[in-house]
Design a protein around this ligand. Structure first.
Ligand code: ATP
Length: 211
């Protein structure tokens, strides 16, 4: 059986339980040997993050520390230019030639997948694992060939399967957490307690620096 590696890309501005719980469930259910969290530097599909690169990466690192199979991968932060996933996957394939890459994304992200830079090339480099997310449902236009609900398909081919998976619905978003910070409300129980202090301090710093 090929070893499956989960790739969890995102802005992580900041990381929260919606990312962490779903990654854990998928790792256990699909037998992923690891999940790599890859914060993007210049997200191609949205505005600039509130938190700086170093802070977002440090918060990810601290949040995943207790799970040995969760790994922070900083390659997009080190790369110049827009953080195109196709480039990230090509470099991962070079580093992990004997692994099968499974790009994990929420249904909201998948619905916009055809706007991603070279999305067809992405499907030649990895499988997609699309997880349910409150408020997002599969758009008809996204019923692409290769869609399946059978995890065994990930072992049949090296790339190109689109696996739909239900995860515990957690209606948490990084935008909601940023709103809490902006309005002075608590972020407790939305993010790991271990990162709360660091996040609040980073936000205060950001405000003081006039950003
Ligand atoms: P923002 O609110 O700033 O847009 P976000 O909460 O969507 O951020 P991202 O870092 O942009 O977080 O998301 C990274 C990936 O995680 C995306 O594929 C997204 O669909 C998925 N994701 C984020 N939150 C959840 C959630 N609560 N449930 C399932 N998937 C999620």
């Amino acid at each position: 059986m090929a070893e499956l590696v989960g790739i969890m890309g995102g802005t992580f501005d900041p990381i929260h339980f919606g990312h962490l719980r779903s990654a854990l469930e998928l790792m256990q259910r699909l037998g992923l040997s690891q999940v790599r969290f890859i914060p993007n530097r210049i997200p191609p599909h949205r505005g600039q993050p509130l938190l700086d690169d170093v802070t977002r990466a440090e918060l990810v690192q601290q949040a995943i520390m207790d799970i040995p199979q969760f790994v922070l991968d900083s390659r997009e932060l080190k790369r110049e230019g827009p953080s195109y996933m196709v480039d990230t996957l090509a470099s991962l394939q070079q580093d992990l030639p004997h692994h099968r890459l499974c790009l994990i994304m929420g249904m909201d992200a998948y619905n916009g997948f055809q706007q991603w830079y070279r999305w067809e090339a992405i499907l030649e480099l990895c499988h997609l694992v699309v997880m349910t997310r409150p408020g997002a449902s599969l758009q008809e236009a996204m019923q692409l060939p290769g869609i399946t609900e059978d995890p065994a398909q990930l072992q049949q081919t090296s790339a190109g399967q689109i696996l739909l998976q239900c995860v515990t619905p957690l209606d948490i978003s990084a935008s909601q957490i940023r709103q809490c910070l902006e309005s002075g409300q608590s972020t407790r129980f939305l993010i790991p307690e271990a990162i709360r202090e660091k996040l609040e301090a980073a936000y205060a710093r950001q405000c003081n620096s006039g950003n």
